[in-house]
Write a protein that binds this ligand. Structure first.
Ligand code: NAP
Length: 245
């Protein structure tokens, strides 16, 4: 049987790193994408390689079309297939609407939304040919509920949900599944920057009373990437301690 060829964007840190660890197995070939965090991506690669997993690093600034364009062809050249795409990389540039510049909006749009669209477009053809494939887009509770100070981020995360549903409709007849995962507040560098009193306020609103762990998001992604989820598509599944209800 073919090994499962997997691309995870933003695998250098946080949730992406946890997803890479969870998907790593002797049956998988992992492409770990990173942007600026070369050192931590290399560290992860070494760690996985030591446990016998085939891994490759791919560097690209996802804000740039020409850097994105080389990612999928590199994988196809080496293996002739791609089985799983996890669009995980994301950024925030938080500001209240009145202070948000076009650049603040565009930066978040390019990385969170446009890059995900470009990569989905690039994997569509090989997956259609294979008649199989799984695409998992990491959205957010903020895409479902909105958040003050995150209009740009909320827009991109809501867009990912719309793209997920549309692409699931376009690719479903060939057995390709497309799903979104909507994490709530997860312990990563992205949420560590929130002031302590805001973190406390958020915690009070979470039915399970705590922030989530990166592994808890990775568990769901691994399930969606597995044959156990073959009949699940076009869904947005929350991992948020009960915030979305
Ligand atoms: P993180 O720790 O800030 O990591 C972000 C990742 O995205 C890094 O690997 C980073 O790569 C990559 N990235 C960002 N901008 C990039 C660019 N221009 N080009 C290439 N790579 C870029 O974030 P996280 O908390 O793990 O979040 C991962 C995903 O989950 C994001 O889509 C985020 O929106 C979503 N999410 C997170 C939470 C949360 O509570 N943490 C909640 C809901 C949804 P480099 O460091 O190598 O540049």
């Amino acid at each position: 049987m073919n090994k499962q060829v997997i691309l995870i964007t933003g695998a250098s840190r946080g949730i992406g790193r946890a997803i890479a660890k969870k998907l790593a197995s002797p049956e998988s070939i992992l492409y770990l994408h990173y942007g600026r965090s070369a050192e931590s991506a290399e560290k992860l690669q070494k760690e996985l390689a030591a446990s016998g997993v085939e891994t490759h690093l791919l560097q690209a600034d996802l804000a740039k079309a020409e850097e994105i364009a080389k990612l999928i062809p590199t994988i196809l050249e080496a293996h002739g297939r791609i089985d799983v795409l996890v669009n995980n990389a994301g950024v925030t540039v938080d500001k209240l609407l009145m202070r948000m510049s076009d650049e603040d909006y565009e930066e978040v749009y390019r990385v969170n939304q446009l890059a995900a669209f470009r990569l989905m477009r690039d994997v569509a053809r090989p997956m259609l040919k294979q008649r199989s494939g799984k695409i998992i887009n990491i959205s957010s509770i903020v895409g479902l509920k909105g958040n003050a100070g995150q209009l740009n981020y909320a827009a991109t995360k809501a867009a990912l949900i719309g793209m997920t549903k549309s692409m699931a409709l376009e690719l479903g007849s060939r057995g390709i599944t497309v799903n979104a995962v909507a994490p709530g507040f997860i312990e990563t560098e992205m949420t560590a920057v929130l002031p302590a009193e805001i973190q406390e306020k958020i915690r009070e609103e979470i039915p399970l009373g705590r922030f989530g762990k990166v592994e808890e998001v990775a568990n769901l992604v691994a399930f969606l990437a597995s044959p156990a989820a073959d009949y699940i598509t076009a869904q947005t599944i929350s991992v948020d301690g009960g915030l979305n209800r």
